[in-house]
Design a binder for this molecule. Sequence first.
Ligand SMILES: Nc1ncnc2c1ncn2[C@@H]1O[C@H](COP(=O)(O)OP(=O)(O)OP(=O)(O)O)[C@@H](O)[C@H]1O
Length: 301
Amino acid sequence: MSTTAPALELRSLSKHYRKRGGAVAALENVSTTLEPERIYGLLGRNGAGKSTLMALATAQAFPTSGEALVFGHAAYEHRPTLAKICFVKESQKYPDDFEVRHALHSASLAFPHWDEDFARSLTQELRLPTDRRIKKLSRGQLSAVGIIIGLASRAELTFFDEPYLGLDAVARQVFYDRLLEDFAEHPRTIVLSSHLIDEVADVLEHVLLLEDGELVLDAPADEVRGGVTTLHGSTAAVLEAAGALPVLARKDLGPVTQLTVRGRFEGAALAAAEAQGIGIEPATLQQTIVFLTRAGERAEL
Ligand SMILES: Nc1ncnc2c1ncn2[C@@H]1O[C@H](COP(=O)(O)OP(=O)(O)OP(=O)(O)O)[C@@H](O)[C@H]1O
């Protein structure tokens, strides 16, 4: 699977949908580069443009302007490139009479790196009835079909658009565990869109955050994680420890203040703050993202 081209390169990608009285900018001038063999989180609130970005990258929709290159090619005009892409989405359509086994068989023919044993073991682990019609599956079982296809396809560029809808906690954990194990043995580029940021946080290596169609954060997950800290203690001590760090939120309760700042507390700064009796709590990835989007911060951490 070695190649020097980026797995995905978006160049000033925009998608506008026409609507009565104007247009909706589902995606606005998005540029970024996704390296091969990494796991990306595509995050953002409802309507932020996540599904649109995936549809454009996989040639299931055409951009209004700009381009999306997959391993150096526009996917829609290049069959070998299409064979490298797997897009798992809720709205996947299957023929009416298709059973689970038919969907898996079709996938085995479509994806050159398909691993039948892996598909079989995932099917058992997720307790998916292979002889049931897709139409009759529960919401979670339908998600399981997508997860099995997404993982067993071992496509060089795999998109999972909210792949866990309806899945119970055990099945979701099976997904994250198998994803990480299989990725370690067969590295490829995975783009995972999700609302459950803290749940997927440990899986992600890089975070892409969309807000109203714009890419507002494009950074390694480790840089984002812990980039926001909450301090709790006597007001004077907290303000002194925070120094000039940008304040994102402040709550005063009598002589005590809870201050959320953009910055990290490590080493000497952490020891000094703790010596003053200040409680230090790094924000989770989800909290960090909520604070940053609320604060209108842009892609610099
Ligand atoms: N076919 C369409 N026609 C008109 N507007 C559309 C169409 N598809 C998407 N949109 C609009 O484009 C914007 C982005 O939608 P998109 O589905 O990409 O968001 P999303 O981040 O995937 O949302 P969610 O998390 O709710 O699935 C939304 O405002 C949506 O209403």
